[in-house]
Design a protein around this ligand. Structure first.
Ligand code: C5P
Length: 401
């Protein structure tokens, strides 16, 4: 996980954007970070500690004491020294001014004054407050301390006005945090597309032609690409799997035609991996009502489906890297090489159904890679996550420098 073991102190201050910090906590925790949330007194007007303690799985503090009677003091110095990163999102004009003036009249500020780790802030305020020379000067002071300012976005503001001052979206702040910890992720800022799973081709309202693909390999690839920093569109046919990764967006489709349409809407992706087991044929016509049993033979007429990989290969853009799969029961190597050419791909991943532990359904795979320059390389039997990592390493090498 991208933020495994990273200790993040999140300060939330009094701005309507405080609700967005809840999404941010969820994403950070999902990515493996240990998140402790501090609320400024103003933040509690907008959000409750319960929201954040539930999402961060830790108590949320906002006062110097948690229990005045029992004399329990929240040690801001311990908290400050614990953190690998302090993130203040949203940062209100008021807390900004206090930070710039080195004031410490609440727990969030006292903790801020005590941290030794890097500080990132995401200002959020009304346009005119943001444009005020005092605010500009305060932001300059924070910049001069080496703090990272995540610039607010332009857009509609809670006041009804339009302008700059909206806090950046949680996904963008999340990405900035990942960039901070992993400035050299190889696929940072790139877009990738992965197809996964089977397709179902309907015969009538209750029946379909399908296959045994579970989507595991495609899902593992999507996760590896995202862990390498790419923003991934995962287009999957009907599978049981779920995906929760802040950099992966899932589109669920049923048939090959739907999959093609979804893929074409992401044609700009620099990386495309076709791991879906797309049905080669679909019924020529789909019955509107359930087909009835009869004593006669039944002949189904099938028509070919579009080849999604070949379609994208034919219209490929310079600099794109296209990867396909070949799942063969016989003549694997020849088939794999033919697919490279025919579909205009850069890399084909062959998994042979004859190999024990390879192919559909299982958690392991054993692959051979084929490149356009006639090279090939065989890998050992590994978990699908490790196989995905091997493939992503090769994709990185194929990208233009
Ligand atoms: O030709 P074959 O089906 O064996 O090729 C397999 C490769 O092509 C896989 O990468 C698969 O995802 C892709 N493919 C596709 N659309 C199809 C058939 C296969 O994208 N209709």
């Amino acid at each position: 996980m991208m933020l495994e073991g990273k200790r993040i102190l999140l300060g939330v201050t009094g701005s309507i954007a405080a609700y967005k910090a809840a999404y941010l906590v969820r994403e950070l925790v999902r990515a493996g970070a240990d998140v402790r949330v501090l609320l400024s007194p103003g933040a509690r007007e907008f959000v409750t500690p319960l929201t954040f303690s539930t999402l961060s799985k830790h108590p949320v503090v906002s006062d110097f004491t948690s229990d005045r009677e029992a004399g329990i003091w929240n040690n801001h110095v311990d908290m400050a020294l614990w953190a690998d990163l302090m993130l203040i999102a949203p940062l209100s004009a008021n807390t900004l001014a206090k930070m710039a003036a080195a004031q410490s009249d609440n727990l969030l500020l006292a903790t801020y004054m005590s941290v030794r780790c890097p500080v990132m802030v995401a200002p959020a305020m009304d346009h005119d407050m943001y444009m005020h020379p005092g605010t500009r000067a305060n932001l300059d002071i924070l910049r001069s301390y080496g703090h990272t300012i995540l610039e607010p976005a332009e857009g509609e503001l809670a006041s009804g006005l339009y302008g700059k001052g909206r806090m950046g979206e949680p996904e963008d702040i999340f990405r900035a945090v990942v960039d901070h910890f992993h400035p050299r992720l190889p696929l940072r800022g790139m877009q990738a597309l992965v197809t996964a799973g089977p397709t179902f081709e309907r015969l009538d309202p209750v029946r379909f032609i399908g296959n045994f693909s579970t989507g595991k390999m495609g899902f593992a690839l999507a996760r590896s690409l995202a862990d390498a920093g790419a923003e991934v569109q995962l287009v999957t046919g009907p599978v049981q799997l779920t995906m929760s990764h802040p950099l992966v967006q899932v589109t669920r489709v049923e048939s090959a035609l739907e999959m093609l349409q979804a893929v074409q809407s992401h044609a700009q992706a620099q990386i495309m991996v076709f791991a879906a087991a797309v049905a080669d044929y679909r019924p020529a016509k789909r019955a509107e009502v359930k087909m009835k049993r009869s004593a006669d033979d039944l002949n189904l007429q099938l028509v070919p489906n579009p080849d999604i990989a070949a379609t994208m290969g034919a219209s490929r853009q310079p600099g794109q890297v296209l990867v396909g799969f070949a799942l063969e029961t016989d003549g694997g190597e020849e088939q794999a090489r033919a697919k490279l050419e025919r579909k205009n791909l850069d890399l084909v991943v062959l998994n042979s159904l004859q190999e024990e532990g390879a192919g559909f359904g299982g958690d392991t795979n054993k692959i051979t890679l084929f490149w356009r320059d006639n090279r090939s390389a065989s890998f050992g039997l590994k978990p699908k996550s490790a196989v995905a990592q091997d493939i992503v390493n090769e994709i990185v090498k194929l990208l233009p420098a």
